[in-house]
Design a protein around this ligand. Structure first.
Ligand code: ATP
Ligand code: MG
Length: 434
């Protein structure tokens, strides 16, 4: 087997005997290469940057920087590497936190050969599939693809475009569009954050198979003194490298003190300059939260299903925007769940041209209804665009085109920075002024 095809493994553990034992176990595996070892979390991060391994076997308890912190840093600095945590059974809580920090799997100590081999191969295959299938590979060696951590890495400001995905009609596909837009915007060197700002019953966690004990609600409650370390602890990382801020689970406390629009917008604005694009999924009511989000948005992506009630609701929303002097140039229309060949379906939908005429607005994308592909993606916990390599297949092609349209619109705008600044000044607070 050629050297470059081997699974490159880095071992991080403070106990020399453990490092040696694992090294020995891997020594005679023809498809595995141990490319380095490290004795502390900090060393592990440095070694990972240097050796660009496929997999890092990471101990949890270590001096100077523990395995969880190291994993968080690696998921940003070397996103092409997968982390497999090693711990003794009693550290279940640590493990949960490690998975949230971006670890892909874990092994129980003492690590047995069979467990080790099968886990390494399984994790490697999963990670490589993910890297291959996303439109753009993970960051090049040495280049960070995650958020800028102020004070840890350089404080380079990013574009910070907030794209709010909204539909006045529930079930139109906002979460589907937001998830795939975020994944589609991920390119080398581009930092993307997906935020689930649906106040109740947010679905991003379900769509991407992510869980977290900490959510947007935790950041909202400490928005005043929120630092990047806290943000990093709350964000979760999808296998694809996409950073995600999840919505709170519905609980009794949320009924009496729901998310406040100002806090949600405050949190997103504060995080924004660490990212190029922040894609925000929302609920379907115009409430305090969505109103504040419209105010900070560079673009509001309106998702319209090709149905009578869907179009009617979008038209009513556009009227509301008009009445409140909301800048119409910030809105973009996406038709979702369209059916091209009506003869092959028992559903009757409205043609895109008619919708555009009715709304007096051109759609930037028309995403076809493809139930099997979309369902398959949700069941696997990956974006639809990562489900297959066939880039020309519907609705992958249309979703990728949509992301490209959004990127171009915003980057084109960025070229004229002074105009952008003027626009932002005049736009803030505008939605609810009347
Ligand atoms: N283009 C599509 N083709 C097939 N199925 C789709 C498509 N878009 C969305 N769906 C399906 O429609 C359902 C609703 O989609 P989604 O959850 O994304 O909508 P939503 O607007 O976020 O809903 P909610 O109002 O509950 O937040 C889901 O089951 C999703 O899988
Ligand atoms: Mg949703």
């Amino acid at each position: 087997m050629a050297g470059e095809e081997k699974i490159r493994v880095l071992i991080v553990d403070d106990i020399p005997e453990t490092r040696e034992q694992i090294k020995k176990l891997l020594m005679f595996e023809p498809d595995i290469d141990v490319v380095g070892t490290a004795a502390t979390g900090r060393e592990g991060v440095e070694e990972a940057k240097k050796t660009q391994p496929n997999i890092i076997l990471m101990d949890i308890n270590m001096p100077d920087m523990d395995g969880i912190q190291a994993t968080e840093q690696i998921s940003t600095a070397v996103p092409s590497a997968a982390v497999v945590m090693m711990s003794v059974q009693s550290e279940a809580d640590y493990l949960r936190r490690a998975m949230l920090a971006g670890a892909s799997d874990f092994l129980t100590k003492p690590v047995s050969g069979d467990d080790l081999y099968s886990t390494l191969r399984k994790v490697h295959e999963r990670k490589q599939t993910m890297i291959r299938q996303l439109p753009v590979p993970a960051a090049a060696p040495g280049e960070a693809a995650g958020p800028v951590r102020r004070g840890v890495q350089s404080a380079e400001a990013r574009l910070g475009h907030v794209i709010v995905v909204y539909s006045p009609k529930g079930g139109s596909g906002c979460t589907t569009i937001a998830t795939n837009l975020a994944a589609g915007l991920m390119k080398e060197g581009t930092r993307v954050l997906l935020v689930d700002a649906k106040s109740q019953f947010g679905d991003v966690g379900v769509f991407l198979n992510l869980k977290s004990p900490t959510t947007l609600a935790d950041l909202c409650s400490s928005v005043e003194d929120m630092d990047m370390e806290l943000v990093e602890n709350v964000l979760v990382t999808h296998d694809s490298g996409l950073r995600v801020l999840l919505a709170p689970e519905p609980d009794p406390a949320a009924i009496t003190s729901p998310l406040k629009g100002k806090d949600v917008a405050g949190v997103i604005s504060k995080i924004a300059d660490g990212y190029d694009f922040i894609v925000v999924d929302t609920g379907s009511t115009v409430d305090e939260v969505t109103a504040e989000l419209f105010d900070i948005a560079s673009r509001v992506l309106l998702v319209c299903p090709p149905t009578l009630s869907g179009v009617r609701n979008v038209r009513a929303l556009l009227r509301l925007f008009d009445e409140t002097d909301y800048p119409i140039e910030r809105t973009m229309l996406v038709i979702n769940q369209s059916i091209k060949d009506q003869n092959k379906s028992n559903r009757v939908t409205i043609a895109t041209e008619l919708i555009e005429k009715n709304l007096k607005m051109q759609a930037i994308a028309e995403i076809p209804l493809e139930e099997r592909v979309v369902l398959h993606a949700v069941n696997r916990g990956v974006p639809v665009i990562a489900i297959t390599k066939e880039r020309n297949r519907s609705p992958i092609k249309e979703l990728l085109d949509m992301a490209e349209q959004v990127r171009r619109a915003l980057l084109g705008e960025q070229a004229d920075k002074s105009e952008e600044e003027t626009k932002q000044q005049s736009g803030f607070g505008r939605f609810r002024r009347h």
